[in-house]
Design a protein around this ligand. Structure first.
Ligand code: NAG
Ligand code: NAG
Length: 190
């Protein structure tokens, strides 16, 4: 006996309700985020690890990109994001980091990840960086920055990270297990 069409449809709906499709749709949540500071970004990407997202406006005529990096964090921890012009991993990355200073203010600044135990001290990057600031909203740390993309291209290796501890106003090492060593990839600001 042939299966009545409505049974096939019910079966299809049942299969769909258990498929990964809804979670794929839910992942594109960065585009629905509204920044409290009235900042608007025309593009965004939900990064695959650490619950992070990158929001950006690219000005092709000046090859500058304004970014907002956002990731969940407790008030005791830190977050960082950077581009690596010369490699795919952490070392060599030109980063911005944010955390709560012991004086109670959020601080954010550029820093060079020049080894696997970088000082995390403020430093000049290999490209111009301006307008670095940070916010803490709904248990998420957000870093804002404007980068001058020297070299002409729009595609970069990126890294992002979070750590639970800041000691004497210096971010301490992140976990070296699980998703904390997977948080790297490429970004095309085009
Ligand atoms: C990347 O490599 C180029 C060429 O070797 C060098 O001039 C530049 O300083 C390097 N940049 C960084 C951030 O290490
Ligand atoms: C806290 O320290 C940071 C870094 O030195 C400084 O920029 C900021 O103005 C300070 N905030 C207060 C409230 O003192």
């Amino acid at each position: 006996m042939a299966t009545p069409p409505f049974k096939l449809i019910s079966l299809l709906l049942l299969v769909l309700s258990f498929s990964p499709l809804p979670s794929i749709i839910a992942q594109s949540s960065c585009s629905s985020y509204t920044f409290s500071s009235n900042k608007v970004f025309s593009s965004c990407t939900d990064l695959p690890y650490l619950g992070a997202s990158l929001h950006y406006n690219h000005d092709a005529s000046t090859n500058k990109v304004s970014v907002a990096f956002k990731a969940p964090q407790s008030s005791a921890g830190w977050v960082a994001w950077g581009l690596n012009p010369n490699g795919t991993k952490m070392v060599g990355s030109q980063a911005v980091v944010a955390f709560f200073h012991s004086n109670g203010s959020m601080v954010a600044y550029p820093t060079q990840l020049d080894s696997y135990a970088p000082s995390m001290a403020p430093a000049q990057l290999s490209f111009p960086v301006t307008d670095v600031s940070a916010e803490y909203v709904n248990k998420e740390m957000i870093i804002f920055a404007t980068l001058g993309l020297v070299g002409g291209g729009s595609k970069f290796n990126q890294v992002w990270q979070e750590g639970s501890t800041v000691l004497n106003d210096v971010p301490k090492a992140h976990s070296t297990a699980g998703v904390n060593i997977k948080s790297l990839g490429t970004i095309d600001f085009q």
